[in-house]
Write a protein of this length. Sequence first.
Lengths: 408, 310, 270
Amino acid sequence: MKGVLAAVVLIAAFAVACDRGAGGGPGITVVIAEYSKDHTRGFWQALAEQYTKQGGPKVDLRIIDWNSIDQQVTTMIQNNQPPDVLNLNSFSSYARDGLLYPAEDVLSPNTREDFLEAFARGGQYQGKLYGLPILSSARAFFYNRDLFAKAGLEAPPKTWNDFVQHAKKLQALGGGVIGYAMPLGPEEAQAEWAIWMWNGGGDWKQADAWAINSDANVRTLTFLADLANRQRVTQVNPGKTNRTDGAFQLFKDGKVGMVIGFSPLAKQLDAEGKVKYGVAEMPTTLGKPTTLGVEDYLMAFKKKDNRDAVKKFLDLYYQPDNITKWITAEGFLPVTKSGLERMRSNAALAPYLDALPNARLAPTTDPAWDRVKLDVQQNIGAAVQPGGNPKGVLDQLQRNAVAAAGAR
Amino acid sequence: MRAEAPAPARAVKGRRWEALLWLGPSLALIAGVVFYPAVALVHASLGRYSITGVYQGSVGADNYVRLLQQPALSTVLTNTVVWVGAVVAVTVVVSLALAQLLNQPFPGRALVRWALIVPWAASLIMTSKLFVWIYDYYFGALNRLLTSAGVLARPVDWLGDDATVMGAMIAVGIFVSLPFTTYVVLAGLASIPGEVYEAARVDGASRWATYRRLTLPLLKPALLVAVVLNVIYVFNSFPIVWTLNDRNPGFAHDTMVTFMYKIAFKSALRDVGLAAALGVVNVLLILVAVLAYLRTVRWDDGEAAASGRA
Amino acid sequence: MRRAALTAAGWALACVVLAPYAVMLLTALKPDAELRTTPPRLLPVLWRPENFLDVLGDPDFASWLRVSLVVATASTAIVVLAAAPAAYYTARHRFPGRTAFLVVVLVTQMFSPTALVVGLYRQFFELDLVNTYAALILTNAAFNLAFAIWILRAFFASIPREIEEAAAVDGCGRAGALLRVVLPLSLPGLVTAVIFAFIAAWNEYIVALTLMTAPERKPLTVGITTYVTAYVQHWNHLFAASVLAIVPVVVLFALIERHLVGGLTAGSVK
């Protein structure tokens, strides 16, 4: 007993006394979001080692999960210790606060020219490129072939009327089958909403002003609310369902006829082999269907004397071999022309690569978008709940957007 | 023995230095670890921050004013009172019963005691994620169990239905607080000398009377610790509410702590200064609540009596 | 008869308390494809105990386990070493500032770690202690001080002075009385404080997340969240790791819980 006690005290003393911090000395801090346990760390660790071997300083690599990354990054910045390189899904607020290097300072001209047009534009703030595209994804319309066959449906729907008919027939199959799984919970509600909004003829903005509560948008949100509450072709409480642990899980279980998904979902479906699915274009009220493209960004923070180190690191990542290797491993889509070339040969990615030209991006170049996005995530679900008020919700979002645009 | 007679001045001074020696390590820990961040929190509550976290200057009490203007504040405050009140009250009452049970010898008691430690041993986050799993409308074990047993006609969306979310969270809160509270009470029971019960039995007191008039008062110090600390932990408890309420939009079921986190990072407000102000208000709230409780219960008298027991 | 009723109640309690964790265990034994099925099935069709081997064999897991063990053990030791003297002194003596001290200790508990984490990070960064065991150990110790002091104080206070003085007079001296009489009698309180401090440190999340960014310094609570990300979800591995993480705590508890049944022996006050 006494021996155990002594040992414990020794451990305590040892741990406290001998451990030293990791600070001090030149080096760069690289913060990457964790896309997967299996691939993210492996790739970036290897990249960091290659970088140091090629003469760069030490890399303090931090892989942070998506749930915590905003909190961690804010903490770092609050303490005046921003990272040198950051991977995140938004950038314009950091650009507006003057924290970032523009691309011309930290990227070689070759790399800059290699970006696909739409993605490069999506990373601009006041005309300059600050948010360097790192990877992209495009949403596609997934449907369950077996359930379609059972319901006597031959092809995925092209118009909204078709869509509602399809959903009703699927729901009528009974046995717990859900026509359409609609995730408008706080996780990524803005993505689901954006796709329907665009295909309904509306948009976030008109000219340069926010137009969240335009007539077209109110019609679209009412349409979605009806799907849930009048036609009853969705899962329970769609305003409180998230994608990854809600709608996608149901689809993976084979109980959902239609859902809006993306390439990582396809990967998981292929791996499990439980569901025979098809990928198609979005049903739309317009001539051509639109889908959502999402890009994530790399950004370089302005710190004393780090420009060259950061430039070297970014150039290393953007070498076509490196960037393509990682994007492919994670199951995402390219952001560079050279990457697109290399990934064309991958048949599984064809539907998404084809959708890329028609993909629209969120208004990420506007710093107010960071607030609007969160507002939409937190509040739009209420509109499709029983007793929800689509027009009221959109009006409130519009008011907040205008206020956010005016304020800091 | 009675409380000490007033001591001469010199003895009191000597007492002060002596006290410093005994209290030193604790004071050092608190000063070293908690003091600076607490000051930083207050400082942050007086400042304005950009959405990125960049400090933009002091704004005095502006954040506190804006906090009071938040439309969701009254809902969140009510939720918090209900959350803390229900969890602590039910936990303490049930723990008293459980401690009595586990204080009696019966075959397998050790194993039951070990079983009770599990909800405490498992991290709150893991238990919360587990219950999200169990409460799921489509895939959860609870709906399955209740519909097969005929208790429910249709499944219930425990975490999505506004009527049931609070109850679902409170159930988990009670579940994870029971082990800790039961063991505090058990430790309290263990310190009650056997003669006390002997004497009561000789006097012919009924079991319930013995419990009410002897055991409960003797458990007062343990109960005090249990209630005060439970109130603090449950108030500050983040993982349960955060994880179980994750899929609900708005702030309808948040408590003060998750509201604070959402203000800082997840809502359109994204305002670290405002969140810090709420952090400070939270501390003041619990402080007032705990001090009120301590005063009501007259914690100091209770123990003078206990230590004076002949 | 009474025995039987007690036993039944006891075992019923154990079942209720363990039921959710049985679900955790069974889910941990399922292959990926069976994780979510409708209607939900409790037992796996295909049993996959390899999930546990996957986790045990994961070098990351071993590292997280090591960090958690060091941090929890060390911080528990420090808590007890700091709290015991303070608790004893405040239990036995009245002195100016006693109430203030106890309230200050309590107030430190009232700050939500979520609110303090920013300041903690900055403080440890200035001291160049980010990513060190020391930072997390000291933080956990400081945050668990209140419970230890308060419960130890209650225990020390409930031991009649006479016993202590009797022992001192009998030839132990004050220190001896402390070590040989007071501490053993307050063992239930000590054990509770140790269990509490250990579990609190073992399960702490937000401070560990912020202070320990290097992979080899991440404790279990932070590490196992990597099994489920937004894009790839291995709930079975997550639950397997959670089950494994419970084991050391239960072991510790099993070793010391009999001391919870302590108490004043009859006749000691004669």
